[in-house]
Write a protein that binds this ligand. Structure first.
Ligand code: BES
Ligand code: ZN
Length: 458
């Protein structure tokens, strides 16, 4: 049976596959740091070479002001469904570097876990698709579906190349469904199909006052302090019940329905384990909702970074000239990030304290995502996860964002399967990012099963 041969190939080659994944992880493809431009290119070439070696037709396109996009396709045969696989080869910056137990680009495998920047987000997850394909090709077998790959390098820096590419090449990317592995399992034992992602509107607020730092003794009490002014603004973003105070913020929110809330409640969620995982002393957020509801199905607002004045050793007596913050709002289905951005900017300007200049600008946005759960492709996804992981999958939402999903939905008009193999506790975007190799192996098996399941009429 060819399926058994494919699965046993994966099993027999697991050591080598992990070693090759480590080669991928060694490339410091940090897309938001321009000094890594060449590394970003190398990661694109790594993906291209991998797929070319498997006999795919591969194209690398280099947008004028973006990072290379890798497109690849197997031989497209009539009468088979076509699946487009999306992934990203770029990774987040590594700071704070001193909190990494071992260097971020020197992958370490310990107790069946690989530690490296990009291990879970998204190199390791994407690699499961490559190796599923290798298992067919190296056994002299055709995969049961026509495959197309689109792999980008600007996901982590808010770049737009892949959107423009998708819009311009909708015919070339035409498919019956898209598969994305860039989300999470529900927990270590429970695979999950994600049917909703939150959207995003991300801002920078800059507050300026005096033309240079002032002596806080000579001038204290004489002028407005930009750091105080910024804190005032931030303090007014949310009320004591955790609700965002931007006027109109909740106008378009699609409420969680009773069945969804019940489905969330029936998941095995332990507040105690959640606190242990996060290290926070208590859960907190919008009143009237459970922790899962708040993270998956309610919009929110967070300070992502804050800077001003002196933060070195000891004391320095100044009134800082400048204060700044990066603030994001996470949005849920039916909220429009552009509308929220306009409302947010107007609100921040309206609460700007006297005596300072306040600039607020939107850095980037992502649309929230909602995917129809009752479709043949989603059923195929559930069966594939069950077979790959040997456990019943659940439907979940995710709090994070994958902006390209909306572009796929709008341009290709096909279902998008969010088939994630990571864990919320994998330290994505944080020091000591990791990926369970068991999830990687089960993920590759689930991909094989998805292709088998998709072969049936869908
Ligand atoms: N893989 C994540 C998306 C994600 C986050 C899925 C959390 C599941 C749980 C993706 O690479 C990511 O980090 N996206 C950014 C998007 C932003 C830069 C527009 C995010 O959510 O912050
Ligand atoms: Zn990702």
């Amino acid at each position: 049976m060819s399926l058994e041969r494919v699965l046993s190939y994966l099993e027999q080659n697991r050591e080598r596959h992990v070693a090759q994944l480590c080669d991928f992880l060694r490339i410091p493809s940090i897309s938001s740091v321009s000094a890594h431009k060449e590394d970003v290119r190398r990661a694109a070439r790594f993906c291209a070479d991998e797929l070319r070696d498997l006999g795919l037709r591969v194209e690398i396109s280099e947008p004028a002001d973006g990072n290379p996009l890798v497109y690849a396709e197997t031989e497209q045969r009539d009468g088979r469904p076509t699946l487009l696989v999306y992934g990203h080869y770029d990774v987040q910056p590594v700071d704070p570097l001193d909190l990494w137990r071992t260097p971020p680009f020197e992958p370490r495998v310990e107790d069946d876990v690989v530690y490296a920047r990009g291990a879970t987000d998204d190199k390791g997850q994407l690699y499961a698709h490559f190796k599923a394909l290798e298992a067919y090709v190296k056994q002299g077998l055709q995969p049961p579906v026509n495959l197309k790959f689109i792999i980008e390098g600007e996901e982590e820096c808010g770049g737009h190349s892949v959107y423009a590419y998708t819009e311009a090449n909708a015919g070339k990317l035409a498919c019956d469904a898209v598969a994305v592995s860039d989300t999470s399992l529900y927990d270590e034992r429970t695979p999950a199909l994600t049917y909703s992602l939150r959207g995003l509107a991300y801002f920078e607020i800059l507050v300026s006052g005096p033309k240079a730092d002032l002596h806080s003794g000579s001038y204290g009490g004489g002028v407005q302090n930009p750091a105080h002014a910024l804190c005032d603004i931030i303090a007014r973003l949310k009320d004591a019940d955790g609700r965002v105070r931007v006027p109109g913020f909740y106008d378009d929110v699609l409420d969680l329905d009773a069945a969804e809330r019940e489905a969330f409640r029936s998941l095995d969620f332990s507040e105690k384990a959640f606190l242990a995982d996060t290290g926070s002393p208590a859960a907190w957020g919008e009143k009237g909702y459970t922790t899962l509801e708040r993270m998956w199905g309610r919009p929110t607002c967070d300070v992502n970074g804050l800077w001003s004045g002196y933060s070195g050793e000891g004391a320095k007596t100044i009134i800082p000239a400048l204060a700044g913050a990066k603030v994001s709002t996470r949005l849920v289905p039916q909220q429009d990030p552009h509308r929220i951005a306009a409302a947010f900017e107007a609100y921040v300007r309206s609460i700007a304290p006297a005596g300072v200049r306040v600039d607020v600008k939107t850095l980037h946005t992502a649309q929230p995502v909602l995917i129809e759960r009752d479709s043949p492709w989603m059923k195929a996804g559930l069966r594939a996860l069950e077979l790959g992981f040997g456990a019943k999958p659940v439907f979940i939402r995710e709090g994070g964002s994958i902006p390209i999903v909306t572009t796929f939905q709008n341009c290709l008009r096909v279902p998008v399967l969010l088939l994630g193999f990571g864990l919320a506790t994998d330290n994505a975007h944080s020091p000591n990012e990791k990926f369970n190799l068991a999830s990687y192996r089960n993920g590759a098996r689930a991909v094989v099963h998805l292709w088998q399941e998709a072969r049936r009429p869908v």
